[in-house]
Design a protein around this ligand. Sequence first.
Ligand code: ZN
Length: 198
Amino acid sequence: MEYYSNQISQLIEQLASLPGIGVKTAQRLAFYIIDMPQDRVKKLADTMVQAKNTIRYCSQCLTLTDQELCPICKNPSRNQKMIMVVENPRDMTAYEKTGKYEGVYHVLHGAISPMLGIGPGDIKLKELMHRLEKDVDEVIIATNSSLEGETTAMYISKLVKPTGIKVSRIASGVPVGGDLEYIDEVTLLRALEGRVEL
Ligand code: ZN
């Protein structure tokens, strides 16, 4: 990239380091940004900094929010006794798009992966167990069907079972290794409705 000036190269490099953005897209974005009016560039940059500064974990389900409680946890019509456990906020969004799930969530922010050295203590399991001390009817495990997701599901079911709370796993039908966020709503809904008790 020596044919670009240092500043342009740096901009391209930064953009290309984002997920899903290759060098070609990064170049296109970089030149687009350079062509943008000054105030729009400033707004874009400020929005990123502001989001980073204000967004935190919901104090109940640990999804990302800018308030103490996220809108789902705060919603009085949601069933607080049904908790769906997902790996990340994107999976939660995927289930929300079905518009049919009435419970609340718990976001683990990862999955157990012995290969990557991610153990049970590295994801938000302690927080889940803490929530189960309250009145809960069912825990629905909706981790991905990858090896990590299955390992995590098994681990959670072993933790939850002794509490006497019903624990279920969303049906397979979700493609193996499939990221929940890329699966269409009908498939997700079928997986949810066809969940099996563990
Ligand atoms: Zn929440």
